[in-house]
Design a protein around this ligand. Structure first.
Ligand code: ARG
Length: 412
């Protein structure tokens, strides 16, 4: 008999997967539920897994590992997929794969399984990550194999006495962790349709947000956010507290049409109040302390990093190499950023750092200006020399075309 380690959320798909794996593969199923900060009560998840036929259920709190080793490097790299999505779901997948593989090795299992469908990115992320960590382990995706429609799946569940949660009535497919929430399906599949207010659970409607703005100050030490409004806290709590403040001010709603790895475009709604604030603050502090040429290189890698996270390439030499460069840059990223949150808007209003490259004596237009204005003239002559030369060479050609107009001038 084969033993399979299943990533178990407690929802309908992965609940149905337990008897399905047992029947189809004659397997005994060990369920694994990870707490990535989805905030759901995970106490009864073990009983639910056992009730539908799992032989064991491991429930693990991986929030700190997720925040420190997955979310933080992505924040420091400035990873926003297609300029917007902070990658909450995508960042969770390699960690899920890692834990599944570790438990499979511990349990002497030959396969791992997950509830991802066959047309999303998540299956790619879990399968590729698992194979990077252990090539011998087989990955089974019941939901991409069974070919059951939603009603057929509910019927299958009812026949086997699997409790069908009331939430299956929700038309939306969601994924939640401490870095944000992803929402798909239902009316959202029409990219022209405005998302109904009910899809949002982490953010207040900007229109209903407080009439007075909130000011938030964020301290960073070597690229790590360490305190909110002067109160030091570990990253997991810092993210949670920012989610509360920013969410209350309607900050963090994202509505986009994105390119999935499998080639389709999909309309996605995200709520990521803490991620939006932290990315804005971190970027701003880097702008203050990172030399121009290095900043260009570093920010140029942000979309590369976002793509590789999105496309399931976490456990790769490329990701590790970019991490090394980003980590080096972070050594200067110490300081404080002040932000104003107001009716859905998140705006940086102040920044300071002991490593600031900003020098008021050089920047000022007031008294005490130390910039050498006379040096500017010579600098500009030499800077502009190639421009002058190229323009001078181009001049005759331009004159020639002007001399022979293609069309006669209109007679007025
Ligand atoms: N489009 C996002 C991504 O690929 C969100 C996926 C949401 N996943 C889910 N199981 N609902 O990362």
């Amino acid at each position: 008999m084969e033993r399979v380690i299943l990533a178990y959320s407690g929802g309908l798909d992965t609940s149905v997967a337990i008897p399905w794996l047992a029947e189809k593969y004659d397997a005994e199923v060990v369920a694994v539920t990870l707490d990535l900060g989805q905030g759901k009560e995970l106490d009864d998840v073990r009983e639910r897994a056992m009730a539908v036929g799992a032989i064991r259920c491991h429930v693990l709190d991986v929030r700190t590992e997720f925040a420190d080793e997955y979310v933080l490097p992505a924040l420091q790299a400035g990873a926003l997929y297609e300029g917007q999505y902070p990658l909450a779901t995508a960042l969770g997948r390699p960690l899920i794969a890692k834990r599944l593989v570790e438990i499979a090795e511990m349990e002497s299992a030959t396969a791992i399984a997950h509830g991802c469908t066959g047309k999303g990115n998540d299956q790619v992320r879990i399968d590729v990550s698992a194979r990077a960590l252990n090539r011998a382990i087989r990955v089974i995706g019941p939901a991409r194999e069974w070919g059951m429609s939603r009603p057929a799946e509910i019927e299958y569940a009812r026949e086997r006495g699997i409790p069908v949660p009331a939430t299956v009535d929700s038309p939306y497919s969601t994924d939640l962790n401490l870095w944000g929430k992803s929402i798909e399906c239902g009316v959202l599949e029409d990219p022209w349709a405005e998302p109904p207010e009910e899809v949002y659970t982490l953010t207040k409607s900007p229109a209903g947000a407080p009439d007075a703005p909130a000011y938030v100050s964020l301290d960073f030490e070597r690229g790590v956010p360490t305190a909110v409004n002067g109160v030091a806290m570990p990253l997991v709590e810092l993210i949670a507290s920012l989610e509360t403040i920013a969410g209350a001010h309607g900050v963090g709603r994202i509505d986009m049409c994105e390119n999935r790895l499998v080639g389709i475009k999909s309309r996605e709604i995200y709520e990521a109040p803490a991620a939006v604030v932290l990315h804005a603050a971190h970027r701003e502090l880097e702008s203050l302390v990172v030399p121009r040429d290095l900043d260009r290189i570093k920010t140029g890698l942000a979309p590369v990093y976002a793509d590789l996270v999105y496309n399931g390439l976490w456990f790769t030499p490329t990701r590790r190499a970019i991490d090394a460069l980003v980590a080096d840059v972070q050594q200067r990223v110490t300081g404080t950023v002040r932000l104003k949150l107001f009716k859905g808007d998140c705006r940086v209003v102040g920044r300071k750092s002991p490593h600031a490259l900003y020098d008021e004596a050089l920047a000022t237009y007031d008294e005490g200006d130390q910039f050498d204005h006379t040096a500017a003239e010579g600098f500009i002559r030499i800077w502009g020399l190639p421009v002058e030369l190229a323009a001078a060479k181009a001049a005759p050609a331009k004159a020639a075309t002007e001399a022979t107009p293609a069309k006669a001038a209109p007679v007025s």
